[in-house]
Design a protein around this ligand. Sequence first.
Ligand code: SAM
Length: 248
Amino acid sequence: MYNREKVREYYRNNEVVHNYTATRFTTPLAQVQHRKQVKVVNETIKKYFLDTALELAPGPLRVTTDIMGLKRGCAMDYSENMLKSAAQLLKNHETKAPWSLQRGDAFCLPYKSATFDLIYSFRFIRHFQDTDREKLFAEAWRVLKRDGFLIFDVPNFFTETKIRRKLDPAQLAVYDKLWYRREIINEMKENRFTTLTLSNNINHFDVQVYISRFHKLKLGALARKLIDRIDQYPSEHPYEWVILCQKR
Ligand SMILES: C[S@@+](CC[C@H](N)C(=O)[O-])C[C@H]1O[C@@H](n2cnc3c(N)ncnc32)[C@H](O)[C@@H]1O
């Protein structure tokens, strides 16, 4: 199946929707990773006094509900099931910014040009091949205001390939683009974005994933603290970067 359709199809599945947060973000390691992604978005909003943001492909609002300081946020996803689950969550939780949910296709955004100060997206852009990513970046560029910002996650080729060698191929159901540092900077340049920062996320994966397993012994809080502390020590090869770039 064509990659774009495959990704849409995969996240339409009810089981994937219901298990999404439960299976992916319960370990201390994933929680530390999540917090760093949120931190980069929140610090950008604060630093540049941003009012409006679009979250592309928010799924069940893992990141959305932790975002602060916006006047208006739009969370746009293709999957009706994901949106249903997201709407339920918005009903039950008070969020720190006013969000509206919308169904749409990231390849053809249902917004006028120059609408948003910021676009961010996690665990989405990485799932597409080069030509599709070009289209995603072109649409993001179009709906961003002048000097607008784009934030997303960039899996590190070096670290991920080492990890993936040990995985069962069934665990790699969806395609992931993995990047070298220089490669992502060049790719963004070719797509009319200047990279401002690449923030390391999970600096010492092997040790941190080991400590993360302590949560099975009901030591989740301690594991999180240790993982956080270890993450203060920089490394050449983090698990991923969170990229902040600006429209040129
Ligand atoms: C891996 S989930 C990411 C969820 C969330 N961003 C996170 O980091 O937890 C990918 C999301 O992309 C959505 N999606 C897939 N294709 C899409 C498209 N063409 N346009 C918009 N959303 C799409 C899926 O419905 C799913 O919610």
